[in-house]
Write a protein that binds this ligand. Sequence first.
Ligand code: ARG
Length: 592
Amino acid sequence: MQKILDLISEEMKKAFAEAGYDAGLGRVTLSNRPDLCEYQCNGAMAGAKKYHKAPLMIAQEVAEKLQENAVLSEVCAVAPGFLNMKVKESFVRDYLREMSGAEKFGFQTPESKKMIIDYGGPNVAKPLHVGHLRSGIIGESIKRICRYAGHEVIGDIHLGDWGLQMGLIITELQKRQPDLIYFDDSYEGEYPKDAPFTISELEEIYPAASAKSKEDEAYKADAMDATYKLQSGVRGYRALWDHIIAVSVADLKKNYANLNVEFDLWKGESDVHDIIPGMVEAMKKGGYAYESDGALVVDVKEETDTKEVPPCMILKSDGASLYNTTDLATIMDRMENFHPDKLIYLTDKRQDLYFEQVFRCAKKTKLVNEDTELVHIGFGTMNGRDGKPFKTREGGVMRLENLIREINEEMIRKIRENAETKGYEIDMEQAVETAKIVGLAAIKYGDLSNQASKDYIFDMDRFTSFEGDTGPYILYTIVRIKSILAKYEEQDGDLTGVVIDEAVNGSEKSLMLELAKYNAMIETACEEIAPHKICAYIYDLANAFNHFYHETKILTEESGQKKAGWIALLALTKDVLETCIDLLGFSAPERM
Ligand code: ARG
């Protein structure tokens, strides 16, 4: 379906042409004075210069041509030369009827691209913290939006599973349990199936090892040696590593499932280990990589740079690979195995420069094609109320699990409170289930409603509120509509036969016009990779609906046709809201 603004603009363009002016002047926008009109066109002002004529005169001549029009009503020319207008109720009705019947509400899918989205990026054996939350939440939503828009999208978690952290864990394990069979070089048999540690032990081992290595040089040397042995394939170390990965991944899967975040690929840094030497060789042969202070680097600065962009380091002076090296090799691997048109990365914005270097290096060394799009979406920090990075009450790093638990507890409290004020009973078990669904919406909406690059304040009280620009408010609106639809079905029967009618009052028309913006909004959200645009839209839509709802007695309406028309409008509103929250990565409960 065409976008409603384009249809309206077409009428205006025709009128400009009929009045003898350039049709291009007839571009219509949403009104910035909603008290006066619904849409406006400022073309007469632009035309004044070109035609040496007073803008008001041009506007009047154009308005004249639109007095009998199937789309526009109340077209007025106002000083100094604006064209203000409304749209006909019948036109909006027909537009929404078509939208209700169309696939994806009439959204026109762009040319399909193949994309890989790299998000989540947790490090094995380290607990997920709130920093990983944003990557997972935003990445999941972007994946869903791009997929909905018709692109072929692969989501890859890109585990941090290969660096010094692995050597640290192995070293600490060896200090604690030196007799483990994995450390016996002469052992040739099979290793046990079960890991010699649990996830909780692992999560305690890593920080302990990391702290020791910072204080004790010899310990650090051991860890580096263990990393080296692991990377060069020492059997026992590899077997231990397999255990670490298996235990961590099982735990990560559980955590991400709770967040409704899914990955198609569970690859990691380790997966490209074997292809690094070939890549490095090619970079040297191509004349891109050279030695500098013992390290191997590729220059990536460009003439137009206004800031210093240091060379991209490919290998350290001891020949070890770096974070860059695995990222570059992963790009090579992705290009060879998936042939993507576009790669999107989600990390903290502190990695902006890093990705700039990596992308430039990948282009320069021809790991990607000229036209492969490489995009880094650097997000801001989630802060506490004090404006500093979010911490636990004790000042430590907040574990994701605990954060979710706190939100859920608060949600249960709010759900009970709400039931109490409304005077109905709730079943405790159900409240717990509902709290999980609503809690997730609170976290995700709280995050996604901000432009990704901005920092935001995690405000438990505000995020979990049933009122205002929050996830629970959107869900509450959906639940309200569901309940009206259910009552209608009980009283009046089937929902399938209802059709949208002409608006009879202002709030109904506003709701209808809000719905009509859907396809343009999705197009922008996808093109700009901007989930926050969906949040802003559903907030406006929910407000428009609630306004209409408070002004209209829907279920007690006497005219069956009118009532059915409203019900059809509600059903469309609900479908649009539910589609949008699915794109954001959460869902609505049956009751709240
Ligand atoms: N593991 C990294 C971290 O915790 C994030 C990985 C992001 N993805 C990437 N391809 N570099 O900081």
